[in-house]
Design a binder for this molecule. Structure first.
Ligand code: DCP
Ligand code: MG
Length: 457
């Protein structure tokens, strides 16, 4: 069959041109319910069913509310409200400080679940993301089926509830996810966007703050349907380009695409010692912790890596990276640790080390693998996955290798190249070294080298 190679386009009333997709896209917006508060209620069952307010740094009711459980919202408490006001509205609520590191970790776990359904995941805040699942429908079913699977997986694996909106545009999906919170699911079939939006208040529309809403009220506009009924050119005369966009949005048109970013190129952890050290044992222990963290993140993302890099910076700020390729891609601690220590041993010549890092790159999806797995690999996997589960439920330090106890290492998962921001900036270890050195104005004499190591040498 011959196909037209030119991208098909469609002209809007505004004169703008957007790609015409013959089959409508299926876009999901996923947003967790009362995120910070729900994580605390999950981890402290005695708080379930109770008003919980997360905010500020402690019990002194200074600062503002970050998150309020749905029980607390019944008292009129909401995000951004002064904690004192919340305390007055509901004195018996449980007030907890913000544990940002924990919520960051759970957020990455949520995003990793979403990436099982499509690589086109665009995180927009700590607890919400857009997904374009148009290409995933053959594998997982239609938008509604995928939304149900995602909700069930987040509930079963993370003990949290999410609300999901399904639509043909980001705009409709986002409005949908917010409509039946908590634990909501709203599906807007193709062609029903305008009818879905019509009864909703105009403030639900993107780009309509209180000022615009007040101004539109003078035209008699209260609902999105009222806006859709106004002629587009009248809106354009009054509001210029914004008016055109509003007119299109009022019927559900939103040309914005889901930005999945570039896939991460590497997963890395690094550690700067409090005091520069030349002790091999200390450096190796640190490497073990980082290899463990890198492996856990690979498993969390469903990928394996076949290139392992070591980064070393000495007390003169000379930075080197050395890398080696494994015979088989891995997502386990041992092969990563072994490769890193072998690289380390070649480089340690008594110099004092300031920083050490491990990166894994050259990724493949797990499903594409399996031809040459080592005989004990399945069992090692079970152990690693069991440890991941325990960490998920009881915290990062619940499972630790005997050698790491008392090592005062950084918690793994400090840095996550899987976030959109980091993905955009790239995370390759060599580039980081160069950038940091440039930033510090030092001549790093950074050099990189591929090293061949027989695996069991
Ligand atoms: N957050 C914050 N300060 C705000 C708003 C939010 O610190 N002003 C944090 C706490 C929230 C998290 O971000 O838990 C997610 O924000 P949401 O707007 O999605 O709010 P929630 O998830 O808490 O509740 P909802 O069920 O309405 O999504
Ligand atoms: Mg939320």
């Amino acid at each position: 069959m011959l196909t037209d190679p030119r991208p098909p386009t469609r002209r809007l009333d505004s004169g703008a041109t957007i790609p015409r997709v013959t089959t409508p896209r299926t876009i999901l917006h996923v947003d967790l319910d009362a995120f910070f508060a729900a994580v605390e209620q999950r981890d402290r069952p005695e708080l379930r069913g109770k008003p919980v307010v997360v905010g500020g740094g402690g019990p002194h009711l200074r600062g503002v509310v970050s998150a309020a459980s749905y029980e607390a919202r019944k008292f009129g408490i909401h995000s951004a409200m002064p904690l004192r006001t919340a305390g007055a509205l509901c004195p018996h609520a449980v007030f907890l400080p913000v544990d940002g590191r924990k919520y960051g970790r759970v957020s990455r776990e949520v995003m990793a679940i979403l990436r099982r359904y499509t690589p086109l995941v665009e995180p927009v805040s700590i607890d919400e993301a857009f997904l374009d699942v148009t290409g995933s429908r053959q594998l997982f079913g239609d938008g509604e089926a995928i939304a149900r699977q995602i909700k069930a997986t987040i509930r079963e694996e993370l003990g949290l509830t999410a609300s999901v909106g399904v639509g043909t545009t980001k705009l409709v999906a986002k409005i949908g996810s917010d409509l039946r919170k908590p634990d909501g699911l709203v599906v807007v079939p193709p062609g029903e966007e305008a009818a879905f939006l019509a009864p909703l208040p105009i403030t639900r529309l993107w780009g309509v703050g209180q000022k615009t809403a007040d101004s539109l009220a003078s035209f008699g506009v209260r609902t999105i349907g009222d806006l859709a009924a106004l002629p587009g050119d009248a809106l354009e005369r009054r509001y210029g380009k914004v008016g055109v966009a509003l007119s299109e949005r009022s019927v559900g048109i939103d040309p914005d695409v889901v930005d999945g970013g570039d896939p991460a190129k590497s997963v890395s952890h690094e550690h700067t010692f409090d005091v520069d050290t030349s002790e091999r044992e200390v450096i190796e222990r640190s490497l073990l912790g980082m290899a463990d963290g890198v492996a856990g993140r690979l498993r969390g993302s469903g990928i394996k890596a076949s290139t392992i890099a070591l980064k070393l910076r000495d007390s003169n700020f000379r930075t080197i990276t050395r890398q080696t390729t494994l015979p088989e891609p891995t997502d386990l601690t041992e092969p990563i640790y072994r490769a890193a220590t072998q690289l380390l041993r070649k480089e340690l010549k008594g110099q004092r080390i300031r920083l050490v890092g491990v990166a894994a790159s050259n990724f493949r999806e797990k499903e594409q693998l399996g031809l040459f797995t080592a005989p004990d690999e399945p069992r090692r996997h079970q152990v690693a996955e069991a440890a991941d589960t325990i960490r998920k439920r009881f915290g990062e330090r619940a499972v630790t290798r005997a050698r790491l106890v008392g090592a005062h290492l950084p918690t793994p998962f400090e840095r996550d190249p899987m976030t959109a921001v980091e993905r955009r900036h790239g995370t390759e270890i060599a580039r980081q070294a160069r950038d940091e050195d440039e930033a510090s104005g030092r001549d790093s004499q950074a050099d990189t080298e591929d090293v061949e190591i027989p695996l069991d040498a």
